[in-house]
Design a protein around this ligand. Sequence first.
Ligand code: NAD
Ligand code: UDP
Length: 331
Amino acid sequence: MSVHLEKRILVTGGAGFLGSHLCERLLGGRTSVLCADNFFTGSRRNIQPLLQHPGFELVRHDVTFPLYVEVDQIYNLACPASPIHYQRDPVQTTKTSVHGAINMLGLAKRTKARILQASTSEVYGDPLFHPQKEEHWGNVNPIGARSCYDEGKRCAETLFFDYWRQHRMEIKVARIFNTYGPRMHPNDGRVVSNFIVQALLGRDITIFGDGSQTRSFCYVDDLIDGLIRLMDSSAEVTGPLNIGSPEEIAIGELATAIRDLARSKSRIIIRPLPEDDPRRRRPDISAAQRLLGWAPSTDLRTGLSRTIAYFEQLLVEQGSAALLEESSARA
Ligand code: NAD
Ligand code: UDP
């Protein structure tokens, strides 16, 4: 018996951390999902359970090249997101954001699909206002180590709004703040995965700088809920909209919280602060609350406990050496 599926949705970067959760959630509705990924940082393991689903299709594709498919909605998530990954081949990172946006916007224009861009809090750079509202134009170094990512994402936003003004397309821009949860890469250098893996392995927990810099961490399920609400919102809602947690925490405090939750005896040590590391970051989410009725509902302790449980399971299944080796080889 054939199932009538209402919508065909393209998720670029669908084999990554956020993309795989998004594909899984979308398949729960009356939709079919086409996942396009070049596996730069994504993995088959992330989407393994989805491969059997009749509504799921996987295509190996690099978004810096055009893609010819028929779709109703596009979530454009393709782009390495962790500093270690996006700084490995910075030219390719900028191309992925800029050429990727041009190609996916071109596809949306031809198919009249609604398109959502996974933008980032990094467009605010080292922000001049706190908490960050969407009106803040940002304080970004255009020539530093993080610029390939920050400026690539800023240019993608420019392209989205120019396509919208010029071609009257249905665009949605989400500015995603730090997100964490199961399926984060164990060895991609992001703070939550780093601290959890270090705590579980009994290694030193590495705080960069004095640990007073802050971030606001959103649990992945809440974030995906926000992205889908934005995509399905009325056509006038274009964003950019901040999607993230307003619960701000200093990195030093996060280290202690993770060590305690993981019941670890790891030492906490200090390492140099990377270049252009933002001092403070917390979204003002009042626009998302007003326009989407959205706010995160998972508190940090609950989300961290679930994430720790995921990494514990991974360590049991794969062993520490295999796990760390595999993730750095993939990168
Ligand atoms: P991720 O690295 O796990 O996923 C990115 C995916 O994109 C991977 O599967 C990778 O293989 C794929 N990809 C990379 N370059 C590609 C290319 N040229 N063509 C096709 N596929 C390509 O990262 P993530 O955390 O899941 O982030 C997803 C998106 O959300 C990214 O655009 C990122 O900038 C954005 N974002 C994430 C966060 C966060 O905290 N996770 C915060 C802000 C923004
Ligand atoms: N960080 C840290 N120790 C680590 C990894 C990261 O202290 O082992 C710090 C990093 O310097 C930054 C914060 O944690 O201040 C968040 O880093 P992440 O790379 O996760 O995200 P981003 O800087 O892109 O927000």
